[in-house]
Design a protein around this ligand. Structure first.
Ligand SMILES: [Zn+2]
Length: 272
């Protein structure tokens, strides 16, 4: 057990608490508190690497090693409260595109916080994919997404309750000579989809800014981005994913600098 808080690095002596990965109010509101969590670790080919034998409930999905204040009952609980309207809307099936900018932003910061907490809480079944720098950045400024982080939402899915998938595997467009580089970069990337009933919220990070992240037009809706190079891809050709429970939200792609130049020339890019 950590002696200092995962987020602020402060001592836990006399200041220890446990952070719910999914907030109390959300579990109560969705009726998912007693639903069983059965973490399964699959590789990219869909083979099960690990399946937890002693499942617990969402109420029991907690992260220890978090301080009471300033973290759990401070800025983290503020993030939960700010995202409440957006989370309720997504659970009730409202289209992500109808969310106002204010709610999109609140949701994006919530998604980052929840993604980071989830990863730290699942180290016995998975591996650490969130760099410490991102966790520190969120603690230092919990009003904005950490550098390079991108959050999208997708709505209109089947209501599968709450759930998630964490990964470092991407669909990539690249030249053969870039394969090794791409694999190396993947090791510093993260991509986590949180399932909120009929909606999915994906928090992602690709370590190099000169690679483009390409999203699917008409399906993925931008919630927040601290990344400059983003493209939209309307074309079909997405590979059916093994992550059926998170649908297509995982199907964001990266394009290497060479393929970006081949497709777009040297034109400047930006968030549309
Ligand atoms: Zn703390």
């Amino acid at each position: 057990m950590a002696r200092v808080c995962h987020f602020c690095g402060g001592s836990l002596a006399g200041n220890k608490s446990r952070e719910h990965v999914f907030a109390d109010w959300l579990l109560e509101f969705t009726g998912q508190g007693d639903a069983i969590v059965e973490p399964t670790h699959q590789n990219f080919e869909g083979d099960v690497v690990y399946h937890r034998r002693n499942p617990h409930t969402f109420n029991g999905l907690l992260l220890g090693g978090v301080c009471e204040r300033p973290c759990n009952n401070g800025w983290m609980s503020t993030i939960d409260a700010n995202a409440k309207p957006a989370l309720i809307a997504l659970w009730q099936g409202r289209a992500a595109a109808s969310l106002l900018q204010h709610d999109r932003h609140a949701l994006s910061v919530w998604a980052a916080k929840t993604t980071f907490t989830l990863n730290l809480s699942s180290l016995s079944t998975f591996r650490r994919i969130i760099p410490q720098a991102h966790i520190e950045a969120l603690f230092k400024n919990p009003k904005v997404l950490p550098p390079g982080v991108l959050v999208i939402a997708e709505t209109g899915l089947k209501n599968d309750g709450l759930g998630w998938a964490q990964s470092q595997s991407w669909y990539a467009h690249l030249e053969d000579r870039e394969t090794a580089l791409c694999k190396a970069l993947e090791g510093s990337s993260f991509k986590t989809t949180l399932r909120i009933g009929p909606s999915a919220v994906t928090t992602s990070f690709w370590p190099n800014d000169d690679w483009m992240i390409s999203l699917r037009d008409g399906r993925h809706v931008m919630m927040g981005s601290e990344r400059s190079l983003i493209g939209w891809n309307a074309a079909p050709g997405y590979v059916k994913s093994n992550y059926d429970h998170v649908e297509h939200a995982f199907e964001i792609q990266v394009l290497s600098p060479a393929t970006v130049r081949a497709q777009y020339g040297d034109a400047p890019f930006g968030v549309p």
